[in-house]
Write a protein that binds this ligand. Structure first.
Ligand code: MOS
Length: 717
C-alpha cells in the first residue's frame, strides 16, 4: 500500500471549484440558458394589510413582449393549498396568488411574464392595483399585550424550567435583571434567489438556488400536487444562503406557475430590493435576562424570556433561549418564548437561528454579572462549566469549552490585558477595551447518501462522487473530494465531485450546521462499500490499492452507493460544538465609532476536515457577528408598514476595512460519538456570541452598556 495521500481530510487544500468561480465558469442557477427563455417579474403589494379590490392590467398588456400577467384572478389553483398557511417548514407548500388578501407590504400579488427581463419589469410598473386597506399592525411596542405562547420555537419547546427561578434569585449574592433588544436583520447572500422553471409535459425541472435539494423537490411536488418523480431540482453552485435558501419560497412557486401558464421556460430572479420582503429575515427579539450567583460565582438562577413577532400567515420563532438551557450548570432555570402577530413577512431561519441573538443576551448578561461580582468574566464561565447537559441530564459527547476559553485567553494575553475598570486604557483619542464570550451550537448529524464510481485505465484510477448535497460557499466540493481521496487513498486530482442535482443520492442539504458531518460520512460509506465490493470481486482480503483490486478483479469500472445515519447512541448524548471569543475594540472619544482591533476565536468542533475552508466559515461568521454588533438593522416605516432599509446604502454590512486582525484556533478534537468521522459542525458556531464579545469590549472601553443592537456611534457617546 502506498503512503497516505496528502490531499485527504485534515489538509488545508484550496477549494476545488475556486478557479471556476473566479473565472466566472461556475454555473449558478440563473446561468443556464434555454431557447425561448421568458422572464418573470413579481408584483408586490403596496399596503401592509387589507385586500385587493381591483387590478388594472390594461396598459401592461399592451406592451411589447408581454406574454402573461398572472394575479389571484387567473393564477393556477394550488390544490395543496387549503386556505391556510402552514407553519413554515423547509419543505412545506409555498402558496402564492391564491387570495386577494394582503398580509404585509411587499407580498407578491402578481407576476408579469415577458420576452425580456426589461419588458417584464417595465410592464410590472404599469399595473394599477386598488386596495381596501385595513389598519395595519407593524409596531412591536404597541402590541406587547397581545403576545401568546407558540406551540414550538423553531421545533424546540417554547418554555422549559427546572428548580425555582425566584428562589434562586432570592438566594443570590449578586444578580442582574436586564433587557436586550436585537433588531430585524436581513439575509444578503451575494447570489440573488432565483429559479428557471422548465416544463416538459408533466415533468418540471427547476434550476433553483437552494440549500436543500430534496426538500426543494418535496416543496414543488406538494405545492403543485404532483409526484416527486416528476420534479427535478438542479443547483450545482449556490452563492450563499444562510437560511434564506433553506426553503423554496413564493418566488419559486411564481416561476414554476408562470412557466406552466406560458408554456415555455421562465426565469424569475428576486431583486436585491425585493429580498427584504420575499425571503424571510431575522426577527426583532426582546430578551429579558435574570441571572443570580453566589459570592463565589456559582449560578443560582438563570432566567431568559424572549418576546418576538411572527406574521399573520405563519408562526415562526427562533429559539433565543436554546443556548441558555445547556451552557451553564444552575439549579434553577426558566426559559420562555412569546410571540405577537404583525403585518410583516414571516421571519425565518437565519444563520444560528436563536443562538445568534440569544447568545448576545446570555453572554452580555454573564459579563454584567461578572462585573457585579467583581470577577474575571472568563473565570465566571469556567466556574459554571458542566459536562452534563442541565436541560436533559445527558452527558455531552465532547465538551471542551474550558479548553477553548483557556487557549483563547492565552493567545489573546487576556490575563495581562483585561482590566475590570471600564475606561482603563486610553490611546490618543481612543478608548481601548477588552471583551470575551463563550459559545455553543448543536452539532446535528443526519442521514446522508452518496454514490462513487471508480474508473480504471491501466494502473490509474479516478473516482466520481455524486450526492445531492449543496455547496453554498462553504467548501462541500472540497471536503467531499478530500473524503474520497482519504478513504480510497487517491490523490484529489483524480477525484471529481458532482453536487446539487436531485438525480443524485439524497443528502439532508446544507443547513443547521449538519452538512459537513452528514455529507462526509455518507461519502465515506460509499467509498468503504466500493472497497468491500472490490475485495469480494477480487476474492481477496489483502490491503491492496483500489487500482490493484480493480486489476485483480479485472474491472474497469465499479459503482457503489453508501448511506450514513446516526445510531441510537447519538440520542444518549448532547452533541454540541463549543467556542470562545476574545476581542479588543477601540472607541473614538468624539465620534463614538467602534473599531475592531483584534479578534481571537477558538472552536472545538470535532475533526476539522479542511482547516482552510473551516477558517473561511469562522471568518464569515465573525464578519456577520460584527455586522450584528455594529451595523445591521432593518427599519420599518410606521405609516405604511414597509421596510425602508432596502439596499446596501442603508442596510450596512461590514467590509474588510471594518475588521481588524482575526485569529482562529481549532482545538484538536475527534468526537466518535457524534459520528464515525468525528466531525461536528462549525457553520453557525461561527456567528454565535460574536456580538456579545464586542459589546462587552465596548463596555470595558467606555463604561457604556449598550443593550440594543446595533452599537451605533450615537449609542456609545
Ligand atoms: Mo442555516 S439558518 O440552517 O442555513
Amino acid at each position: 500500500m502506498e503512503t497516505k495521500t496528502k490531499t485527504g481530510i485534515g489538509n488545508p487544500i484550496s477549494r476545488l471549484e475556486g478557479n471556476l468561480k473566479v473565472m466566472g465558469k461556475a454555473k449558478y442557477s440563473s446561468e443556464f440558458s434555454f431557447e425561448n427563455l421568458a422572464f418573470a417579474q413579481g408584483i408586490q403589494s403596496t399596503i401592509a394589510s387589507g385586500r385587493i379590490t381591483a387590478i388594472d392590467t390594461s396598459e401592461a398588456e399592451k406592451q411589447e413582449g408581454v406574454l402573461k400577467i398572472i394575479t389571484y384572478q387567473n393564477a393556477l389553483e394550488l390544490k395543496g393549498y387549503n386556505g391556510r398557511f402552514e407553519s413554515p417548514s423547509t419543505k412545506g407548500i409555498s402558496p402564492s396568488l391564491q387570495t386577494p388578501e394582503v398580509h404585509f407590504y411587499g407580498e407578491y400579488i402578481g407576476v408579469v411574464v415577458a420576452e425580456t427581463f426589461e419588458q417584464a419589469r417595465y410592464a410590472a410598473n404599469l399595473i394599477k392595483v386598488t386596495y381596501a386597506e385595513d389598519q395595519h399592525q407593524t409596531n412591536f411596542e404597541e402590541h406587547l399585550d397581545s403576545t401568546y405562547k407558540p406551540d414550538k420555537a423553531n421545533g424546540n419547546p417554547a418554555d422549559t424550567s427546572w428548580g425555582d427561578l425566584e428562589a434562586g434569585l432570592n438566594q443570590a449574592a449578586a444578580k442582574i435583571d436586564v433587557t436586550y433588544n436585537t433588531p430585524i436583520e436581513h439575509h444578503h447572500p451575494m447570489e440573488l434567489h432565483n429559479i428557471i422553471a422548465v416544463w416538459e409535459g408533466d415533468n418540471v425541472t427547476a434550476y433553483a438556488s437552494t440549500q436543500m435539494v430534496e426538500n426543494a423537490v418535496t416543496t414543488i411536488a406538494e405545492t403543485f400536487q404532483m409526484p416527486k418523480e416528476n420534479v427535478r431540482v438542479i443547483t450545482p453552485y449556490v452563492g450563499g444562503g444562510f437560511g434564506s435558501k433553506l426553503q423554496l419560497r413564493e418566488h419559486a412557486t411564481l416561476g414554476i406557475m408562470a412557466a406552466k401558464m406560458v408554456d415555455c421556460p421562465v426565469q424569475l430572479t428576486v431583486t436585491r430590493h425585493e429580498m427584504f420582503t420575499a425571503i424571510g429575515f431575522r426577527q426583532h427579539n426582546r430578551q429579558r435576562m435574570r441571572l443570580g450567583a453566589d459570592q463565589d460565582g456559582n449560578l443560582t438562577a438563570v432566567g431568559h424570556d424572549t418576546t418576538s413577532h411572527t406574521s399573520f400567515t405563519e408562526e415562526f420563532q427562533e429559539t433565543c433561549g436554546l443556548m441558555t438551557r445547556m451552557l451553564y450548570k444552575t439549579p434553577n432555570s426558566l426559559v420562555t418564548h412569546r410571540l405577537m402577530k404583525l403585518n410583516l413577512p414571516s421571519p425565518r431561519w437565519m444563520r444560528a437561528p436563536g443562538e445568534a441573538p440569544g447568545s448576545f443576551a446570555l453572554e452580555s448578561a454573564m459579563d454584567e454579572l461578572a462585573h457585579e461580582l467583581g470577577m474575571d468574566p472568563a473565570e465566571l464561565r469556567i466556574q459554571n462549566d458542566t459536562q452534563v447537559d442541565p436541560s436533559n441530564d445527558k452527558p455531552f459527547s465532547s465538551r471542551q469549552l474550558v479548553e477553548c476559553i483557556r487557549i483563547g485567553a492565552k493567545k489573546f494575553d487576556w490575563k495581562n490585558k483585561w482590566n475590570p475598570k471600564p475606561g482603563h486604557t486610553q490611546k490618543d483619542n481612543w478608548m481601548v477595551g477588552y471583551g470575551m464570550s463563550a459559545s455553543s451550537r448543536a452539532a446535528p448529524y443526519l442521514k446522508s447518501s452518496a454514490e462513487v464510481t471508480l474508473k480504471r485505465d491501466g494502473d490509474a484510477v479516478t473516482a466520481v462522487l455524486k450526492t445531492d448535497a449543496t455547496d453554498i460557499g462553504t467548501g462541500t466540493y472540497t471536503i467531499l473530494g478530500q473524503t474520497v481521496a482519504e478513504t480510497l487513498n487517491l490523490d484529489i486530482k483524480d477525484v471529481q465531485v458532482e453536487l446539487g442535482d436531485s438525480k443524485f443520492p439524497v443528502s439532508p442539504g446544507s443547513g443547521g450546521s449538519w452538512g459537513a458531518a452528514s455529507f462526509a460520512n455518507g461519502t465515506r460509506e460509499a467509498c468503504i462499500n466500493a472497497i468491500n465490493n472490490l475485495k469480494t470481486l477480487a476474492s481477496t482480503d489483502e490491503d491492496l490499492t483500489v487500482a490493484e483490486l480493480m486489476k485483480q478483479a479485472e474491472l474497469n469500472e465499479l459503482t457503489a452507493t453508501g448511506t450514513a445515519a446516526p445510531t441510537e447512541e447519538f440520542d444518549d448524548y448532547s452533541v454540541y460544538s463549543f467556542g470562545a471569543n476574545f476581542c479588543e475594540v477601540w472607541v473614538d472619544k468624539d465620534t463614538g465609532m467602534v473599531r475592531l482591533e483584534h479578534f481571537v476565536n477558538v472552536a472545538s468542533a470535532g475533526k476539522i476536515l479542511n482547516p482552510k475552508t473551516a477558517y473561511g466559515q469562522i471568518i464569515g461568521g465573525i464578519t456577520w457577528g460584527v455586522g450584528q454588533a455594529l451595523t445591521e438593522h432593518s427599519e420599518v416605516e410606521p405609516n405604511h408598514g414597509n421596510f425602508i432599509t432596502r439596499s446596501f446604502a442603508d442596510y450596512h454590512v461590514p467590509v474588510n476595512l471594518d475588521l481588524g486582525k482575526i485569529d482562529v484556533v481549532f482545538v484538536p478534537e475527534e468526537d466518535y460519538i457524534a459520528n464515525p468521522m468525528g466531525v461536528k459542525g462549525i457553520g453557525e458556531l461561527g456567528i454565535t456570541s460574536i456580538a456579545a464579545a464586542i459589546g462587552n469590549a465596548v463596555f470595558n472601553a467606555t463604561g457604556r452598556r449598550v443593550r440594543d443592537l446595533p452599537i451605533t456611534p450615537q449609542k456609545v457617546i
